[in-house]
Design a protein around this ligand. Structure first.
Ligand code: SAH
Ligand code: SF4
Length: 371
């Protein structure tokens, strides 16, 4: 299969064009078509000579994901289901500004992107892992989720004059929290994030990119050595090994002691704010004793806690606690001096928890095979 130009750095594209004896400025022209105008056809690159466009088309595949469905929830969270070149389905979720989550308050749009098809980690509450792991996404498949949502947005801006001026970008922040375990697809993920971060590429600041992990301790340490200041979120969900191992098989491989040590290392290297994601599951991890155990883990790290009331997944036994119980858990954390937020309804009516829309579609397809 031909490589995608969206998997290559400026340097790599430059080397290719130089090998064809193209002048240096062609690289920036090409990058502008790819990342500013986000065109989907070589022939749209009108300031490149026809012969160069033909050569590019022979060498590269300008593949983009196909939009299968897009669903908007009442709160304007929007969920995209994409079909990739091999037929695999992945999801991205566009989340409107929410000052409480992942950083500073401002008017912004966050895109949640997937990094794998399925997931191998099998957390007991998660739809993404239910049917296992299929494959890793390539750097361009990660990058193109962002570009495709930008394209979708630009097409809706009907008032925009047809002047050829590229539309203003919509997405200001990224959370790597879609389907898959990002740190299990380490090199392609980092390449994609660098393409999305580069001023000639996606132009999204590293501090506006949050990587969420179920707790791969060695990869957290590796990430600490990278030059970029990515934000880190840990899917904790249990504050004792007993509770966490019940929910997340990964905890048997890297128990809390090891995970917390890796977090300490990340903090020491980066001096960055760390976030704990904590799902609230009725009768499982929502008692005052659980809150106190969570305080004991979060306080020494100065970690912020995002509480997420469980989103029901069909076929799974868990329930979310009553609203009052969620509020009480939050209040307990705050009394313990922890900065915490409680996620109040975002996209539950569109199956916005990671992996849910894909799972539903795959299962519907399995029930009614196409003719
Ligand atoms: N694999 C990574 C990133 C993807 S999961 C990780 O586990 O961190 C992104 C977040 O969605 C995680 O915090 C995960 O625990 C949460 N999540 C999974 N299933 C959920 C559900 N049914 N309801 C609410 N959040 C869920
Ligand atoms: Fe995988 Fe994250 Fe879901 Fe666990 S929560 S199964 S690591 S996607």
């Amino acid at each position: 299969m031909k490589p995608s130009p969206h998997a290559l750095t400026r340097e790599e594209l430059h080397r290719q064009l130089a090998a064809w004896h193209e002048p240096a400025y062609r690289t920036d022209q090409l990058l502008a078509w790819l990342y500013e105008h986000r065109v989907t056809a070589w022939d749209a690159m009108t300031n490149l000579p026809r012969s160069l466009r033909a050569r590019l088309a022979e060498t590269f595949d300008l593949r983009v994901p196909e939009l299968v469905t897009v669903r908007a929830a009442a709160d304007s969270t929007t969920k995209f289901l994409w079909r990739l070149a091999d037929g695999a389905l992945i999801e991205s979720v566009l989340i409107p500004a929410n000052p409480a989550l992942y950083g500073e308050a401002s008017d912004r749009h966050t895109l949640c992107v997937s990094t794998q098809v399925g997931c191998a980690y099998g957390c007991k509450f998660c739809a993404s892992g239910l049917d296992g792991w299929k494959r890793n996404l390539t750097p361009d498949e990660i990058v193109n989720q962002v570009l495709a949502v930008e394209r979708w947005h630009a097409e809706r801006e009907t008032a925009r004059p047809a002047s050829g001026v590229p539309p203003a970008r919509l997405i200001t922040n990224l959370v790597i929290m879609g389907m898959g375990e990002p740190l299990a697809n380490y090199d392609p993920l980092l390449k994609a994030l660098r393409l999305l971060n580069a001023p000639w590429g996606g132009g999204i600041g590293a501090r506006k990119i949050t990587i969420s992990t179920s707790g791969l301790a060695p990869q957290i340490r590796k990430l600490a050595e990278e030059p970029e200041q990515f934000r880190l979120a840990i899917s904790l969900h249990g504050a004792t090994d007993e509770v966490r191992s019940r929910l997340m098989p990964i905890n048997r491989r890297y128990p809390l002691r090891e995970l917390i040590a890796a977090c300490e290392h990340y903090l020491a290297r980066k001096g960055r704010m760390l976030t704990f994601e904590y799902l609230l599951l009725a009768g499982v991890n929502d008692s005052p004793a659980d809150a106190r155990a969570l305080i004991r883990l979060a306080r020494p790290l100065g970690a912020k806690v995002n509480l997420i009331p469980y989103n029901r997944v069909e076929g799974l036994p868990w329930r979310r606690p009553a609203e009052a119980a969620c509020e009480a858990f939050l209040a307990e954390l705050e009394r313990g001096g922890i900065k915490a937020t409680l996620r109040r309804e975002k996209g539950t009516d569109i199956d916005a928890a990671c992996g849910q829309l894909r799972l539903k579609t795959e299962r519907q397809n399995a029930l009614s095979p196409s003719p």
